[in-house]
Design a protein around this ligand. Structure first.
Ligand code: FBP
Length: 555
């Protein structure tokens, strides 16, 4: 096989493990905390998760574990969007299984949860695993967004697990996929089965976190990749001094990616969707804010700059949010009618009268390509596919029009030439940073310890992430502890609560204290590319978000 020099070198990288996992596996025992509560809606959740509700937090410590050497058969699924470090979760799981018992087997279900439903799998042997160690991507088995949600799908998943003689299923996914994992764990127990389900926190979006889950794997590498690109663009902008770059960044509803990239690169403007929602900023107010920086910089003869836009911001602008919510209902109720209409103008004529007056006018006033994008199919979880909505172009167009008006009034004297970019897929399959290589591997290894010790209904967890890896704290967090009830597809459903940017948190406050200066001056930072080899302060630094949220203990 033809491989790059870096790929070859990364095969040999040995992920750093927390001390609690680096010892002989027979000496890794489980310490149990007190029973836990869900973040809200405790009574409803207790009813739904009769067998798995309220389990204690688990921490691994030194002590005898007499179950660890059992031979096990485990199935693993990669679910949802790709995130760097996924292959290492599988490698950590595999290595743990083999340390436990050389006869243990690992099966990878292909293409996401549908692989379990359809019994499509490959055996993951040592020679397969070795080709994917410390590499990006989910191509070892592929991923997918199918949800295990109907009774038939649950029954089919159960049949596959029994047919393959599995002791456990590991789901590597985000909040939605781990909600599914929680339901599957409960489903198996409800049917008297001892097949276990363990999740691991994956997503570049960084929105699967809480007191016990400090970060999802993949965020570190993705934000560093985007920050490198943003820094490069900033340097280009500062060299040519002729373009405003509008850069949309992935992250779905949450703005963690945009916020971290802003902290790493210091752009002129960075929108934070959560702030837009909190302050009820209209589309016009958002455009004003961008234009304010453009005008001030033009006064300093700096007709260039960078604007960062979280991809989900359209869903947070109140009038757009209302429009999208109304469209979601119409699309759900009239999916077939809409599919039968070929032209966009027919679809618009069909949809607009079903909207409220304000939403109908807004839809018709939007540039055609944006209106078209808003009418596109939702993902299997009912989410608008925000990565496909060209918000950067919408804001560029609107800013251009506003500046032209202001020029006529003599308020703006600059020259506005803008370019749009979207960074998303570029970062999801990058070679995982050392942090994500280590973290992913530790999560996989922890999943093995939880399984071998007979646990189910847990998310594998590794904490204390701003300390050196040897001091990380590994264990498991009960799924139900992270859950609440939310309105989904017209009814209340149990879900793992998504973590949006906390406007009272240190990362946002740090950004807010600095941004007025960045809006006017050219204070760009150029982080450069991820380094895999070299001094730890260059290669092993966690994100600024993590450092601000979990400041390292001063020794
Ligand atoms: P997950 O939530 O599944 O981790 O996906 C993250 C993400 O990259 C989002 O940032 C983005 O909106 C979405 O996936 C894009 O989805 P797709 O890969 O289906 O185009």
């Amino acid at each position: 096989m033809n491989i790059s020099a870096l790929q070859k070198a990364r095969y040999d990288y040995i992920p750093k493990l927390p001390q609690s996992l680096a010892r002989d596996v027979a000496a890794i025992s489980l310490a149990f905390g007190a029973p836990t509560q869900a973040v809200a809606d405790q009574e409803e959740l207790r009813e739904i998760f009769r067998h798995t509700y309220g389990k204690p937090v688990i921490t691994f410590e030194k002590g005898a574990n007499d179950r660890i050497h059992r031979p096990l058969k485990v199935g693993v699924i990669l679910s949802g969007g790709q995130a760097p470090g996924g292959h290492n979760v599988i490698a950590g799981l595999y290595d743990g299984l083999k340390k436990g018992n050389a006869g243990s087997e690992l099966y990878g279900f292909r293409g996401g949860p549908s692989g379990l439903i359809e019994d499509s799998y490959r055996e993951l042997t040592g020679s397969v695993i070795d080709l994917y160690r410390n590499t990006g991507g989910f191509d070892i088995i592929g991923s997918g967004r199918t949800k295990i949600e109907t009774p038939d799908q649950f029954a089919a998943a159960f049949e596959t697990a029994k047919r393959r003689g599995l002791n456990a299923v590991v789901i590597i996914g985000g909040d939605d996929s781990n909600t599914n994992a929680a339901l599957l764990a409960e489903y198996f127990l409800e049917r008297g089965s001892d097949i276990q389900v363990i999740g691991t926190p994956k997503t570049i979006d960084g929105d699967l976190k809480n007191t016990y889950i400090e970060a999802s794997f993949g965020f570190d590498t993705a934000v560093k990749t985007y920050s490198e690109l943003i820094g490069n663009i900033q340097r280009d902008a500062n060299s040519a001094k002729k373009y405003w770059h509008f850069i949309k960044l992935m992250g779905r509803a949450a703005s963690h990616i945009a916020l971290e990239c802003a902290l790493q690169t210091q752009p002129n403007v960075c929108l934070i969707s959560e702030e837009v929602a909190e302050k009820h900023w209209s589309l016009s107010r958002v455009v004003d804010l961008i234009c304010a920086s453009i005008i001030k910089r033009a006064d300093n003869k700096e007709n260039f700059g960078v604007v960062l836009i979280p991809e989900g911001v359209v869903e947070f602008i109140p009038e757009m949010k209302k429009l999208i919510a109304e469209l979601n209902d119409i699309l759900a109720a009239h999916e077939k009618d809409l599919d039968a209409l070929e032209s966009f103008s027919d679809q618009l004529d069909f949809t607009a009268p079903k909207l409220s007056g304000a939403s109908g006018s807004l839809l018709r006033s939007l540039p055609q390509r944006i209106a078209k994008e808003l009418l596109m199919d939702r993902d299997p979880h009912g989410n608008v596919q925000v990565s496909l909505i060209e918000t950067e172009k919408l804001l560029m167009d609107m800013a251009g029009k506003r500046l032209a008006d202001l020029k006529e009034q003599g308020i703006y004297k600059g020259k506005f030439s803008a370019l749009g970019h979207f960074f998303g897929y570029e970062g999801r399959c990058a070679f995982p940073s050392n942090f994500d290589s280590d973290y992913g591997y530790a999560l996989g290894f922890s999943a093995f310890v939880l399984i071998a010790s007979g646990e189910t209904g847990y998310l594998s967890s590794v904490r204390n992430l701003t300390a050196p890896a040897s001091a990380w704290i590994a264990g498991g967090i009960p799924f139900t502890m992270m859950m609440n009830m939310e309105q989904r597809h017209g009814s209340k459903k149990p879900v793992i609560r998504k973590a949006l940017v906390d406007l009272n948190g240190a990362p946002f406050k740090t950004f807010a204290a600095l941004r007025d200066g960045w809006a006017v001056q050219t204070d760009f930072l150029y982080p450069g590319s991820i380094q895999y080899y070299g001094p730890p302060e260059v290669c092993d630094q966690p994100t600024k978000t993590l450092m601000l949220e979990q400041p390292p203990a001063v020794s």
